[in-house]
Design a protein around this ligand. Structure first.
Ligand code: ADP
Length: 437
């Protein structure tokens, strides 16, 4: 990449230099032509006024100017560079014809006497009807180009060399900080970078932190899973061993069987929740359809009625039909988990109110109870996997510590928003909002 950038920069510089040189040469050639014609016109006018052909001769020879005096009939009377006697009649020369008509004429053409040379002619009609013509070779753009070629090549080489060095320096300035960042990502903060790189550095830093955080979370999760599975399995193994060795009385056997049953149920719900979470993690885009959240809430409440009765908790449903785009199974799971928690962490004669309303373009689901509540400092943490505030009640009521993590995951997958309002001893309200259809 370094070589590529370097080559490209150098190429851009080379193209710019060559284009500039060509343009500059074109402009100079034009200016040069203008200067030649201006000088020649001035010289011609002076000679015509003074009629001093001989005096002008020495200047003309030095400046390589040709002076021709043409008679009224076109015959050449004087020419300082050619033999008049051998010269053909000039009556058909365009500058002669034009000067006769207009008094003066200026023309650039190839000379007939000296072939293949681009020549600038200036002709003036004198008072006696003769025509004075002064001319000078201007040379073609190619001849000027070839004349100045060594100088142009020399200059170009020097400039190209400077461009080469500068492009290498520039490439280095651009790439060096990037290389440094790549070589030591842990000390990215200490690196000196230019300001355009700062957002990239921040992004890499953020991603790096996220990767570390995720890796830590994965480690914690594995440790938690191991612990959550080990506890019921240890008790199953222990009780079954007691029965196997015949150390348990008939009365004990019933109790041990009950404990084994309880532990295996716990094991099953934990495994189910872990599988649910990993499914939610790996699922791509959910298949969404129009769902009436009120209907889903009604079904959940119906199926949790017996459960609520066991805890002496009354369930209420308020609000009206509200349509959202969602996966119906996930919505059942979400409401079920929230209502189940509100029942399990409640007090005898408590209530759970599920309300479905809308505000602006949002449909809001609220699950509110007047149970034991969650102290403010745990509000964020309860959505973490395996985080329990009331550990003993969670375990006694069959909790896995994964219910709210699953809720959070479902809300995120549905681009919804989640909020919690709770105070210890006063109850808890969890609100979820979704985009209205
Ligand atoms: P669990 O399976 O233990 O209920 P959750 O992830 O569903 O796990 O909830 C995490 C913790 O948050 C629970 O252990 C409990 O301490 C607390 N919690 C959840 N819902 C409520 C609620 N409605 N009232 C009081 N505490 C709650």
């Amino acid at each position: 990449m370094e070589n590529k950038i370097h080559k490209r920069l150098f190429l851009i510089a080379a193209i710019s230099i060559i284009t500039t040189l060509c343009l500059v040469m074109g402009v100079f050639y034009k200016r040069f032509q203008e200067q030649v014609s201006y000088d020649l016109r001035t010289f011609g006018n002076v000679v015509a006024q003074t009629q001093g052909w001989e005096k002008a001769d020495s200047i003309a020879a030095k400046e390589n100017i040709r002076i021709t005096l043409i008679d009224t009939d076109g015959s050449v009377l004087i020419d300082n560079q050619a033999d008049e006697a051998l010269m053909e009649n000039h009556r058909n020369r365009p500058e002669f014809i034009e000067a006769k008509e207009n008094g003066t004429s200026q023309i650039t053409r190839q000379s007939s006497t000296f072939s293949n040379v681009s020549t600038y002619y200036y002709a003036i009609l004198l008072e006696d009807g003769k025509v004075l013509r002064v001319s000078r070779e201007v040379g073609s753009i190619t001849s000027i180009f070839f004349d100045t070629l060594p100088l142009v090549i020399g200059m170009s080489l020097v400039i190209l060399l400077i461009a080469l060095i500068l492009s290498r320096l520039l490439t280095r300035t651009i790439l060096e900080p990037i290389k440094e960042i790549a070589s030591d990502i842990d000390h990215i903060d200490e690196k000196k970078v230019y300001k355009e790189l700062i957002p990239v550095v921040h992004m890499i830093q953020q991603q790096h932190e996220n990767i570390l955080k995720q890796s830590k979370m994965r480690q914690d999760f594995t440790a938690n899973v191991t612990h959550e599975l080990k506890t019921p399995l240890t008790s199953i193994s222990g009780y079954s061993e007691l029965i196997e060795t015949g150390m348990a009385s008939d009365q004990d056997i019933q109790h041990f069987a009950h404990e084994i049953h309880k532990s295996s149920d716990r094991l099953l719900t934990t495994i189910n929740d872990i599988i649910r979470l990993s499914e939610l993690d790996s699922e791509g885009a959910e298949v969404m359809e129009k769902v009436d959240l009120y209907e889903v809430a009604m079904d959940c409440i119906e199926s949790l009625k017996v459960h609520a009765k066991k805890y002496k908790v009354t369930l209420f449903l308020e609000g009206q039909s509200e349509m959202i785009n969602a996966s119906p199974e996930r919505m059942v799971e979400l409401i079920y988990n929230l209502v189940d928690n509100a029942i399990r962490y409640n007090k005898p004669d408590g209530y759970v109110k599920v309300r479905i309303t809308h505000q602006d373009q949002k449909v809001i689901l609220s699950v509110k109870d007047n149970g034991i509540g969650i102290p403010k400092r745990y509000h964020e943490r309860v959505f973490e996997r395996f985080y329990r505030v009331d550990k003993s009640r969670s375990k006694a009521t069959g909790g896995t510590g994964l219910g709210l993590a699953i809720v959070k995951h479902i809300v995120l997958n549905h681009h919804g928003e989640l909020s919690i309002d709770s105070e210890e001893g006063k109850g808890c309200e969890i609100k979820v909002s979704f985009q209205k259809v």
